[in-house]
Design a protein around this ligand. Sequence first.
Ligand code: CA
Length: 237
Amino acid sequence: MSTTTQQHTVMVIEDEEAFIDALVVGLQREGFGVEVARDGAEALLNFDKVDPDIVLLDVMLPKVSGTDVCREIRKKSQVPIIMVSAKGTELDTVVGLEVGADDYIVKPYRIRELVARVRAALRRSHVTGESPLGSETSVAVGEISIDPDRHVVVVRGQVTKLPLKEFELLYVLMANAGRVMTRDTLIDRVWGSDYYGDTKTLDVHIKRLRSKVETDPGNPVLIQTIRGLGYKFDRVV
Ligand code: CA
């Protein structure tokens, strides 16, 4: 802990004191800085000032819902966001993923699992200053091009903004265009091999990507589902 050169700040957006206490203690013990916001309005008010490296966002919040907080943060920041939902509110969590969260975890969770998720998200994040994609070069397939160095995607001549995980997922698919990528491979490459979450996260990210790169997202031709296996980015224009 004391040897870390850079302390990462986790913004905990949570209204239940019992969870707040456990998170603050657990995350600080792991070497993280922690800033707490107790409702959605406070979170949005303080977001710029805190400038977190990662956000833990409860779905059920007073004043402004977690989903709306996520949507607002995404308008201005690519910071990794992990949604936290109680059992029975998973539907809200999927909505959260659809508006730009990177991952989610269901209460009650083990702090160790949460920390693993946080580390996986940070390790893969541009916020750490490392390129999660290594020194990969730009890829262009058909009318889509993606440049990992500049974090730019151009879709049919239009620069398109993508949150971090969507960007990485698109990159992995495009760099392997024409090849079937299994679900496990995609999750490994984008979320890390120690990812604990379920594959719903992958599917929602695919859905979001399709809405941005496909001409007709309801009938995707670029990002194809390969039943029982995974996904493939079509090599043909
Ligand atoms: Ca709550």
